[in-house]
Design a protein around this ligand. Structure first.
Ligand code: ADP
Ligand code: MG
Length: 238
C-alpha cells in the first residue's frame, strides 16, 4: 500500500491502570499507523487490551504516556470539550449492546448524530431513512428498539454510525451479542459501507471468523502488538 500520511497515528502509547497498590499495564507500548479506507481489526483474547486501545484511539480515555494523532491532530492533548466536539464531527461508533435510545424510533435514533451537527429535523430524518433503507430496515423505520430483534437493532446502529459520513468508525465487538448467521450479515453490511464510502473502520473482536472480513488484522497480547497482517490480492493475509 502507498504509504501516505496515516489517518490514525499511534505513537508509543502506554496505558497503566492503578488498582489500589497494584498497577495493571493494559497497553505496554503501542505504535500503529492506520490509513484512509482501511478496515483494521484489533484482534486478541479477552484481557489482551483491545478495548483499552480502542478507547485511546477514539479519545474516550487518555493514555498514560505517548499520543494519538487523528488526521495530524493530537487528540491526546485535547480538553474534554474539544474532544467531544471532535468526536461529533469526525467519529462514528457501533456498540456491542447497540445503545439505541429506547424512547426514540429507528429514524429518530439514526437522525440523532445529525442533530448534534445542527441539521434541521426534516433533512436529518430524510437522510436517516435513506440509511435505514440501505441496511434493509425500510419496514422498521418507525419501530422502537424494544420492538426490534438484536440484529435489526444493530443494523440501525450501523446506520447511525455512518449517517454523518465520519472520518473513522469504531466498533467494539459489534456482533458480540448476535448469532453466527447474523454476525455474517452484519459484517458484510459494515464492509459494504466501508467500500462504498471509502471509510476507515477500526473493529475490535476476539472472534477469528469476524476478523477475517477485515483488510488488516492487528493482534494484541498482554498489551503488545504481536502480529500485523494485511490481505493480499487473493484475500490471504501476509
Ligand atoms: P479486552 O478488551 O482485550 O478484553 P481490556 O482492554 O478491556 O481487554 O483490558 C486489558 C487489561 O486491562 C485487563 O487486564 C483489564 O482487567 C485491565 N483493565 C481494563 N480497564 C481497566 C480499568 N478501568 N481499571 C483497571 N484495569 C482495567
Ligand atoms: Mg473488550
Amino acid at each position: 500500500m502507498a504509504q501516505k500520511r496515516p489517518i490514525i497515528h499511534v505513537q508509543d502509547i502506554r496505558k497503566v491502570y492503578r488498582m489500589g497498590e497494584e498497577e495493571v499495564v493494559a497497553l505496554n507500548r503501542i505504535n500503529l499507523k492506520i490509513y484512509k479506507g482501511e478496515v483494521c481489526c484489533i484482534f486478541g483474547t479477552s484481557g489482551s487490551g483491545k478495548s483499552t486501545l480502542l478507547n485511546q484511539l477514539a479519545g474516550m480515555e487518555k493514555p498514560t504516556s505517548g499520543r494519538v494523532l487523528i488526521q495530524g491532530r493530537n487528540i491526546s492533548a485535547m480538553s474534554e470539550e474539544e474532544l467531544a466536539a471532535f468526536r461529533q464531527r469526525n467519529i462514528g461508533f457501533i456498540f456491542q449492546s447497540y445503545n439505541l435510545l429506547p424512547s426514540m424510533t429507528a429514524v429518530e435514533n439514526v437522525a440523532m448524530p445529525l442533530m448534534f451537527r445542527g441539521v434541521g429535523k426534516e433533512i436529518r430524518e430524510r437522510q436517516a431513512r435513506v440509511l435505514l433503507e440501505r441496511v434493509g430496515l425500510s419496514h422498521r423505520m418507525d419501530h422502537y428498539p424494544g420492538q426490534m430483534s438484536g440484529g435489526q437493532q444493530q443494523r440501525a446502529g450501523i446506520a447511525r454510525a455512518f449517517v454523518t459520513r465520519p472520518q473513522v468508525v469504531f466498533a467494539d465487538e459489534p456482533t458480540g451479542n448476535l448469532d453466527s448467521r447474523t454476525t455474517e450479515e452484519i459484517m458484510k453490511m459494515i464492509m459494504g459501507f466501508a467500500r462504498k464510502y471509502r471509510e476507515t473502520i477500526i473493529l475490535v473482536t476476539h472472534d477469528p471468523g469476524m476478523a477475517r472480513f477485515a483488510d488488516r488484522i492487528v493482534t494484541l497480547k498482554d498489551g503488545n502488538i504481536i502480529g500485523d497482517e494485511r490481505k493480499d490480492e487473493d484475500g490471504r493475509y501476509e
